[in-house]
Design a protein around this ligand. Structure first.
Ligand code: SAH
Ligand code: DHB
Ligand code: MG
Length: 220
């Protein structure tokens, strides 16, 4: 059989009608503007949206906007009375994202804060129902820690790109990126403020990678 995981991903994306014109448009606009092709896949975006809906999320924090592709999935999930605050350091990315979320009809529920995420994070309105961490990986743990004062028991925390073609579990790997992934895994595993963490590996059009999912623990 010559079917690949990427073919299967594409098959489900088509057969589940995961993308509509607005999402395809956002992807194409980002590519045309020269942004790197590293947004979540449709399958991953749909999972993020489903997690946000399952959590009944109204307030979402995203760290790492890029062109706003994952932002659109989250903004749809929070509904017209919700708010997604998304943090982006690159002005060009933020500008493309603004165009894309507006074109998708969800611009009124998306706030894009420009600057280093560790600086803007303390100004984000809480309490947060879901946090999606998808920026510079060496700061993964710092972002999750900084989001804690804005969280509540049950806040869902999702961290992207924790598998990296298996590098996370390769003892020979010691890059800052992989260390950043391991640090956030250790954080949610050992800090009593978090619980019920799992990590899901994914294969598909973006290769072999995965999500870390944790919940903020009930108070003492
Ligand atoms: N969540 C997006 C992809 C984000 S890519 C999606 O799936 O559609 C990572 C983004 O994080 C890039 O746009 C990059 O500019 C941004 N970034 C990197 N370091 C950052 C920092 N310190 N603060 C805020 N954003 C940062
Ligand atoms: C990269 C970053 C991401 O957030 C991602 O989902 C894939 C790749 C990267 O920097 O290579
Ligand atoms: Mg990512």
């Amino acid at each position: 059989m010559s079917v690949t995981p990427a073919d299967v991903d594409t098959w489900f994306t088509e057969h589940l009608h995961l993308e509509d014109d607005a999402l395809r448009g956002a992807r194409e606009r980002a590519r045309a503007a020269g942004l790197p092709d590293i947004a979540v896949t449709p399958s991953h975006g749909a999972l993020l949206g489903a997690l946000a809906r399952l959590a009944g999320a109204r307030r979402v924090l995203e760290v790492g906007t890029l062109g706003g592709y994952s932002t659109i999935w989250l903004a749809r999930a929070v509904g017209p009375r919700g708010l997604v605050t998304t943090l982006e350091i690159d002005p060009h990315h933020a500008e493309v994202a603004r165009t894309c979320v507006d074109a998708a009809g969800v611009g009124d529920r998306v706030e894009i804060l420009l600057g280093p995420a560790l600086e803007s994070l303390p100004t984000v309105p809480g309490p947060l129902d879901l946090v999606f961490v998808d920026a510079d990986k060496q700061n993964n743990a710092a972002y999750v820690r900084a989001a804690l004062p804005l969280a509540r028991p049950g806040t869902v925390v999702v961290v992207d790109n924790v598998v990296r073609e298996g590098k996370v579990a390769d003892p020979a790997e010691d890059s800052t990126v992989v260390r950043g992934v391991r640090e956030v895994v250790d954080l949610v595993a050992t800090d009593p403020h978090f619980e019920a963490a799992t990590a899901l590996q994914t294969v598909g059009t973006k290769g072999w990678d995965g999500f870390l999912v944790a919940l903020v623990a009930p108070g003492p």
